[in-house]
Design a protein around this ligand. Structure first.
Ligand SMILES: NC(=O)c1ccc[n+]([C@@H]2O[C@H](COP(=O)([O-])OP(=O)(O)OC[C@H]3O[C@@H](n4cnc5c(N)ncnc54)[C@H](O)[C@@H]3O)[C@@H](O)[C@H]2O)c1
Length: 331
């Protein structure tokens, strides 16, 4: 059955459709008379793109090399070049088919081409289904700075077909669970308990994670207050990503970050159990002082104050402003 959710993110209506085999039932999802432009990760299976082409009026398709290196100004420029050359107008819908890299890159393109053309996300990684495609953050990297260029821009629709995960490598599948476990811990004790006891099927896990993120983004679309809750474990995660480059995946660093932030809390053992199920109970080695240098560049820092999310008991995340130098105690 097709699940349909509608969110209002700062007066932008975003429709989310979710079903196993969704790509075979596109008539029940988002419709448009626009000319379509597919921007897809090179690893997305061809049959997925064929199904989109059979349903929408697709004028052109391009494939993007996989990896975060494609979230760059040079790829941005190359794609805009194609759009100009193919004479795409304002009446264009970009279909972004891929993981978080594609979501961020296409979001930025859609938000800037003619000051905004329509965007539809078709996430193909678990991380993008539950996180990157939801909430309207777009980004490019500007070496060595990750996500330093970006806008807020909402897609018209997000089409989620869990079948697309069939070809996703296991490590990337597990990676998506870090953000799912995080949002359960921060917002929904029952969801955390369901994850702990492995009671839910994947489709329901994806749905619940989206509902929780959707509610937070509706309340704080532009990341000024409660949306900071989504950063639970992320100060450490981002520092690890800066320190290690691409050695560890984002979710793996987030998992490590939430583990560190949860040490000594009553749910710590349960957290380790869930992380272990998805091979996210990694020990990532580092020297405190070296990692702390990266914390000083945290986006959530303003002057000497760092805004961090904390969870004392599952479902009850809160935000606390701390003096940045005291964060070293969490490392
Ligand atoms: N905008 C946001 O709110 C937000 C949130 C979290 C992460 N992000 C961004 O998302 C990116 C990470 O996302 P990701 O983990 O999805 O990484 P990704 O997009 O790089 O995809 C991971 C890997 O899976 C491959 N892949 C994708 N779909 C596939 C499929 N169906 N079958 C086989 N292989 C497939 C890709 O080629 C890549 O090798 C980062 O750039 C991060 O900054 C953005």
């Amino acid at each position: 059955m097709m699940k349909k959710m509608t969110y209002n993110f700062a007066n932008r209506k975003v429709r989310i459709f979710l079903a196993t085999d969704l790509l075979d039932h596109l008539t029940e999802t988002y419709q448009t008379t626009h000319e379509g432009f597919i921007i897809a990760d090179e690893k997305v299976p061809k049959h997925a793109l064929d199904k989109l082409k059979n349903h929408y009026d697709i004028k052109h398709t391009i494939r993007i090399p996989s990896g975060d290196g494609s979230k760059s100004l040079s790829h941005y420029e190359a794609i805009i070049d194609v759009m100009v050359e193919k004479e795409f107008t304002k009446a264009t819908t970009i279909f972004a088919v891929g993981g978080g890299m594609i979501a961020d890159l296409c979001g930025f393109i859609a938000s800037t081409y003619y000051r905004g053309v329509h965007l539809v996300h078709i996430p193909t990684t678990l991380l993008s289904m539950v996180d990157a495609s939801i909430g309207g953050k777009t980004a490019l990297n500007f070496q060595p700075y990750k996500n330093i260029i970006g806008t807020f821009y909402q897609p018209k629709a997000i089409l989620i077909d869990p079948n697309l995960l069939d070809t996703l490598p296991k490590r990337h599948f597990n990676n998506g669970f870090a953000e799912i476990i995080k949002i359960a811990l921060v917002k929904d004790a029952k969801f955390f308990d369901d994850l702990l006891h492995d009671r839910l099927i994947l489709e329901d896990i994806i749905t619940r994670a989206i509902e929780l993120k959707g509610a937070i983004v509706e309340e704080d679309t532009f990341d000024k207050s409660v949306r900071h809750l989504l950063n639970y474990g992320h100060s450490i995660a981002h520092a690890l990503e800066s320190h290690y480059g691409t050695t560890y995946l984002h979710g793996e660093c987030v998992a490590y970050g939430i583990k560190q932030m949860s040490e000594g809390k009553p749910y710590y053992k349960d957290l380790l159990t869930v992380l272990k199920r998805y091979q996210l109970d990694l020990d990532i080695p580092y020297k405190k002082e070296a990692l702390f240098k990266h914390i000083l560049h945290d986006k959530k820092r303003s002057k000497n104050i760092l805004s961090i999310a904390l969870v004392d008991e599952p479902g009850k995340g809160y935000i606390k402003d701390i003096a940045v130098e005291t964060f070293i105690d969490y490392l």
